[in-house]
Design a protein around this ligand. Structure first.
Ligand code: TLP
Length: 344
């Protein structure tokens, strides 16, 4: 058995053997000079899957979202976000640091924004207030335990955005998880957004990389922004080669991760200290709140680690993520560890 079963994130997935071989064989060139055929293939493929004109390969989801916000905004403007979203909470304040815009966080029901609340928070330019220019969505919603945002919300937000002349950017780090769980094609979600960022390096198992897709003129501008942020990569085809395999081979298997996350949730939700509704585990992320008379969250994490299970402390709770590199045996081991720690 492996030493540790790592449930901290799907970012811990290692590249597959096929990816390692593809890296070795990839045709490459200087991508900043526009010479890398493998990167170009990936960018075309990503754009086509999302139904957009053009794509840009970026080193990380954070850079994709940073560029996504920057390309649709100017100083003295405001961006509507859901209050627990990744862009606002976990990307080192790039909204203010890079784009110099103010975020307007709104509460939600498990990540689902109320369109009427969005409407009532849109501000026209005035001498005193910033003008709203962008709405950011996230699907699946990480901090809401991988919740899937319904397509109806996308439609309604789009309608409001069009009414007020706003842009919509989707943090679709795990949009393929959303699609696998809901049956809604990724293209359908993307249709209601002006730009989409999605990650290759999470459940899709690439070692590095995310994609930003949009219309061609905006991606041309995004390419300049990527360079300005230091994200222009040279022989990046060795990484793009993995991305192509992610898109071709790793999407359908995300369902296995969802099933494992649900099985784990169903086995631990009623243990002492845990607050969790297993029915709310729609994709690969479990977040439970933890309040135990004798065990703190850091103690729980340490005791799990002693039993070979790695989990992450988040927002007063604990996060466990299923992915390619944890199998049924790892899930059984995690269930046993939780039972031994909490049921005794
Ligand atoms: N999320 C990471 C951590 O930052 C928490 C994780 O382990 O889940 N959007 C969403 C919804 C994300 O979950 C993440 C990464 C990103 C963007 C940023 O991607 P990277 O890590 O590639 O910059």
């Amino acid at each position: 058995m492996k030493t540790l079963s790592d449930f901290r994130s799907d970012t811990v997935t290692r590249p597959t053997d096929e990816m390692r071989r593809a890296m070795a064989e990839a045709e490459v060139g200087d991508d900043v000079l526009g010479d890398d055929p493998t990167v170009q293939k990936l960018e075309i493929q990503a754009a086509s899957i999302m139904g957009k004109e053009a794509g840009l390969f970026v080193p990380s989801g954070t850079m994709g979202n940073s560029i996504g916000v920057k390309m649709w905004t100017q100083e003295l403007q405001e961006v509507i976000v859901e209050e627990k979203c990744h862009i606002y909470n976990m990307e080192s304040t790039h909204m203010t640091f890079i784009s110099r815009v103010t975020p307007r966080p709104l509460p939600s029901k498990r990540g689902v924004l109320d369109p009427e609340m969005v409407r009532s928070n849109i501000r026209p330019a005035s001498v005193q207030t910033p003008r709203t220019s962008l709405i950011c969505l996230e699907n699946t919603h990480n901090n809401w335990g991988g919740a899937v945002i319904p397509i109806e919300t996308f439609k309604e937000i789009r309608r409001i955005a069009d009414e007020y002349g706003l842009k919509v950017h989707l943090d679709g780090a795990r949009i393929f998880n959303a699609s696998q769980a809901s049956g809604v094609p990724v293209k359908e979600y993307a249709k209601y957004c002006d730009s989409v960022m999605f990650c290759l390096s999470k459940g899709l198992s690439s070692p590095v990389g995310s994609m930003l897709v949009s219309d061609r003129a905006t991606i041309d501008y995004a390419r300049r922004l990527r360079k300005a942020l230091g994200g222009g990569m040279r022989q990046a085809g060795v990484l793009a080669a993995c991305g192509l395999i992610s898109l071709a081979k790793m999407v359908d298997r995300l369902k296995e991760d969802h099933a494992r996350a649900r099985r784990l949730a169903e086995a631990i939700y009623d243990l002492p200290g845990i607050t969790l509704d297993p029915a709310e585990v729609e994709t690969n992320i479990i977040i439970f709140y933890f309040n135990h008379p004798k065990i703190t969250i850091p103690e729980l994490l340490a005791r799990l680690k002693e039993k070979g299970i790695l989990a992450l402390g988040v927002f007063g709770g604990v996060r466990l993520v299923a992915h390619k590199d944890v199998d049924d045996e790892d899930v059984n081991r995690a269930i046993k560890a939780f039972q031994e720690i909490l049921a005794s």
